[in-house]
Design a protein around this ligand. Sequence first.
Ligand code: GAL
Length: 810
Amino acid sequence: MEKIAFNRGWDFVFECTDGFISGDPAECEKVDLPHTVKETPFSYFDESIYQTVCGYRKRFAVPDEWADKRVFLNIGAAGHACEVFVDGERVGAHLGGYTAFRVELTDALKPGTQATVALRVDTRESLDVPPFGYVVDYMTYGGLYREVSLEIAEKTYIEDLFVIPEIPDGEAILDGDESADEVAAVSFTGRVEAKLELSGEGAAQVRLAVTERGSDDVIAETTLPAGGELSIAIPGARLWDALSPKLYELEAALVADGKTLDVCRISFGFRRARFEAEGFYLNGRKYKLVGLDRHQSYPYVGYAMPASIQRLDADILRRELGCNIVRTSHYPQSRHFIDRCDELGLLVFTEIPGWQHIGGDEWQEIAVENVREMVTQYRNHPSIVLWGVRINESRDDDALYTRTNALAHELDSTRQTGGVRYLKKSSFLEDVYTYNDFVHSGENEGCMKKADVTPDTSRGYLVTEYCGHMFPTKTYDSEEHRLGHTLRHAKVLDAVAGEKDIAGCIGWCMFDYNTHKDFGSGDRICHHGVCDMFRNPKGAAALYAAQQDETPLLEITSSMDIGEHPASVRGPIWAITNADSVKMYKNGSFVREFTHADSPYKNMRRGPIAIDDFIGDLIENGEGYPHKQAELVKQILNYTAIHGYGKLPFGIKLKAARLILRYRMKPDQAYGLYGKYMGNWGSAVTEFRFDAVKDGKVQKSVTKTPMTSLSLDVRVDHTDLREGDTYDAAAIRIRAVDQNGNVLPYCMESVSLAAEGPIALIGPDRAQLRGGMGGAYVRTVGAGGKAALTLSLDGAESVRIEFDVTKEDR
Ligand code: GAL
């Protein structure tokens, strides 16, 4: 089947009329897909601004060769109801904004002429389709926000191809300790079953050919009669695993009388993924899941971002945040995102659209249809390990969920089902009990016991949300508050790590998102992310990032500015690192080495390490005190630095008494020592340096000194932009940093943005910094060449990013 990208040069009207649909001249905007019906402000806007019945229209030539072909329009998503017309004649419709659909145009086209395809897209939240009907905690931007293609098929063509990879029983089972290289070396004879759905008559044979993804060398090939069972053996096959996600491609070619009628290529991977009573197993080994929930929204353009930006989120989750699973809350997401999850070995839990509300019969029919679309459209992705077949956090509805669960199993016998609820011991129809555990509120336990939540402990159990609304946290909140956010995530991660029968936990959520009036902080934002809306990390992100080994990580939770804290009491400070230990130096003098053994978070991999000694041997050496006296002084000063003088516990008072009685120290002396070793007031500059040490080598250093100069730290995801099937975009993450590269959390200035050459800004020409961080996006505009973006901030040197835009010929 020939696929023609159909993304450029659509006519768009915000309010659709019958005349627009039937092709009357109209004043319209020229747009490319993915498209948002309304560019929004960053915050403080009402959801009504993107709700409309809008129109998209495109005129195209219908060549003579299409006379004996079938022609389809494939729409990646249309939020949230869509009717399709050709030259004014209605040819199809679709309800629901989160899945792809295909409309046949064949009978309405006249080969050798021009045709106009028009789409009426209803973006209103008053529609009777999931997720609508009650309130929803996320904005539901509408329009043609994914790509569209024209598909040209012979009369006989492949309607669908479901590839089922099989690993022989008892082979390629990992036992737990293998490294990525060892996993990559595991080899077996794999088998692939190809379930082909054909349309039309006359196909005689199917030729199957397998290649490694990215290579044209055929490693297995066979030709079989069409209509029979289709399978092929692959000797020397390798595993798709989180550590080594090997991908293959199966090409199925439909052949009749020596002529190839249709060809379909599908990526696949060999893996076993199973939730059991004791946890989750990937390729035989127990694998604790740690991840984040992801919405598909972005500042300004809602859902509408092209492939590279969708893929970037998977990279951020896997590579920057060290996650091994993502939940696509609360709907199926871009195929580009899922493709990248396949490539990175990032596991996925995907679910049908919806939020708490279950509608009437027609609404429920759409929910069931959503299961069909989700499973058939995504079941070839090895990264997907679980289907969510309930409306997120809805009440029990056995009639509906018996249907959704059965349908998912019927369409895909290889995967288990779940369904996210906030109900304990609710009706358990699926394979895995997936539960949003919001029990942790700061002081109490991190998670509930599996046995207290699920009605059947003999089946799998996964925590699918925690934190979130329990502690909204802005990048510009006080240090205390931001630390509280981090420690709450730590508490849950640690608690779940300690529960052997919980498969893992997926935190709420990856990044802040725009939301409806009923939620969020009044600014139409839920500040629930471990990243901000531009995917800049908040402190809590470091906990996830510390789990990966590729990039050295060291995060110190304090700026060391005591004036930030009530009564100038610095409070507890934590180091989060993926190194073995952290060495602290004050003004160049070694104070102490802290290791993971010092962490009270004993279960999780690399929990926060308390930095609770700011003195080390400095007093003993500097004041010439006997060891015991210096120790007592140190303990008292460290205690007061963290907790203040307010309420000294009995133990500390006793130590003070010993100093006075035994060593004849006067309170004045203690104040003096406090000023010298803790307060550091008036000293030239106090420098704290933290070195993260791994295998005896310093991997990363963080230095904290009072801010003296401001600069821009700008990160762009890619500078080689490609105008291919549609426009490309680059994500620019911006941070205001001090002379040591530390983010300045209260820098709220705005950065001006100036684009040159064949790119345009997405959103405003200023990037507002919030919490010292912000972002921008640029997109290509249909031409190739050199382009640049200059970022300027008062008081800092400007930064210029250069782009190369390549326009592909098509
Ligand atoms: C959950 C819900 C999420 C989000 C979260 C905030 O109840 O499933 O969509 O609203 O709360 O913590």
